[in-house]
Unconditional design. Sequence first.
Length: 184
Amino acid sequence: MRALILVGSGDAKSHSLSLGTAIATSLSNRDVTVEVINLVEYGLPLYNREIERNSAHDEATSEFLQKSEEADIIVWVTPNYHNSFSGILKNALDWQHARKFTGKILGLASNGERSPQPLDQLMLVGRSQGYTMIPTRVCTDASDYDDALTIINESIKQRIERFTASLVEYGEAFKGTDTTEKNF
Ligand SMILES: Cc1cc2nc3c(=O)[nH]c(=O)nc-3n(C[C@H](O)[C@H](O)[C@H](O)COP(=O)(O)O)c2cc1C
């Protein structure tokens, strides 16, 4: 199985990136091939419908869309920006507008006051894209990390393990399934 982890912090080195990397390590340990995309560094342009209409995507966007199609499992990791998810992540998801991801599994994670608000809002986006979402989520705040941004909270580490176990379990159960009827 393949997983794609999208990290939406505006900081190149962020708690969200560390969280996404910890999730990636745990998925790798479960024999999943994982890629982490740190969106602030990836270089996607602002969403532009004219470009989409003319299929005139630049190389980074084309590659991003290809990776999105190839993954069985997707994880969105966002900081809490204005009680919501970041615009950087939203911009990436807007580029996926022409696609539906039925049969793929989505997991959600966030950093910032352990607030579930960004993830509650991302559930609506995930539904519009046709994903099957796992119920387990991971929400952290700065106190869960040391100064090097390594996760030090044991209960968060355990939650990450439950989260990735569930992603793999759902991934195996739904692989190749057309879930369109179930989701819409
Ligand atoms: C534009 C912006 C908006 C923010 N809004 C909130 C907020 O509404 N509530 C909150 O608790 N923290 C807010 N913060 C603080 C971020 O949640 C915090 O810096 C972030 O989670 C750090 O995560 P990161 O290291 O992954 O970027 C905001 C930060 C920024 C830059």
